[in-house]
Design a protein around this ligand. Sequence first.
Ligand code: FES
Ligand SMILES: [Fe+2]
Length: 451
Amino acid sequence: MSIEVGKLLDHRNGIQKKRIFWDEELYRLEMERIFARSWLFLTHESEIPKPGDFFCTYMGEDAVIVTRTRSGEIRAYLNTCTHRGNQLCQAEAGNTRSFTCSYHGWSFDLEGKLAAVPLEADAYHNLLDKDRLGLPRVPKVESFGGFIFGCFDPDAPSLRDYLGEMAWYLETFTARAGVELLGPPLKSVLHCNWKVPTENFICDSYHVGWTHAAALKVMGGPLAAMSGNTQAPPGIGIQVSTRHGHGFGVIWEAASALHRQPDYEEFLRAKQPEVAALLGEMRGKLYRAHWDAGIFPNCSFLYGTNIWKMWHPRGPHECEVWSWTLVEKDMPADLKRKIQKEALRTFGTAGTFESDDGVNMHGCTYTNAGPHARRGEMVSVMGIDHDSTHPELPGFVNDANYSEIAMRGFYRFYAELAEARDWNEIIARTHTVARNGGNSNGAPQTATPRP
Ligand code: FES
Ligand SMILES: [Fe+2]
């Protein structure tokens, strides 16, 4: 590795070099060290409920097919034909008995086996070793709360361990009745580095009142007071950073604030006691909060605004945005429809808020085309002296709505993963720090611990 990631990121002081949003060499390293080692969101079980259902997506730049086999097992394969390497499945999703290549007609069954080859006797004299030519399988595929993730690294911890403290938080909305994603996802291209929207969603409540000032004012409602960033409402939320680079920010009692759907608010109020009884008062409170969140590395969501996103990298200066609507399974059908409409109106491809953000995502990337600009540094120091722990909430918590704690946590783990020899080194470091009285975030416990 010729590029030294540690020199680009100073997480203790909240500094990142601007070239992280532009550099080609760093991008190639990310594919090998970040995307090939992390658990990556693939799809939700609700999108492939029956045997033969499939969904095509990406793990980093690798195209994959996620399918349910005849026995109901969920598997993922590289979407590449083992004959001459054509993209095997060109549909986005559907139900099938086999995947047949459009180039020469090789056909693979749901278990990934090469099942049929045209003219096998005439062209190959029946000598083709079909058993060796099955589809390459993604070694690890697991679900949490119905969300299916895949990982290329066989040494990675289980999905549950990778999510760690974040799983405790996700249960807030997955554990009661379960959730589903309404698709198919909207897809569009953003001309920006994949980390720009990722860091935005994981913690950036600071931009909301400024970037979205006009939208907030026009919409009115409880968040309109944030418009223009003229005042910081006291105690309206917190920011959380958890081990392995995940994190989120909340605004209390604001889950339905952007939708402004009375029946959504009613639904949440009715179900909150169930969540509290199942998971405790704190998660009951989180259930009615609005969250902006990130699952490391490139999955983001807004709980409350109900949008679930993947930022698929397409080179250092472009990413594909895929957006689903997140709903609870036991919501009435008409409420699901209303929520989907609102989610797309705000954060769909042509959504008001999505359009506001796109301009800045582009700006944060393309300004670094200039070699002088990209020699500079950026800061994520907001709230750095107020990072702490919480008696009831796992991970690191900053007791303020405005803080870049989760951005610091994201880059901390990004550097750790990029520089570690393998997952064993990362796991050993976590245990060593915990044994010595530190937090599982990998940082020593001090009066003002820093993620
Ligand atoms: S490349 Fe797929 S059948 Fe030839
Ligand atoms: Fe935004």
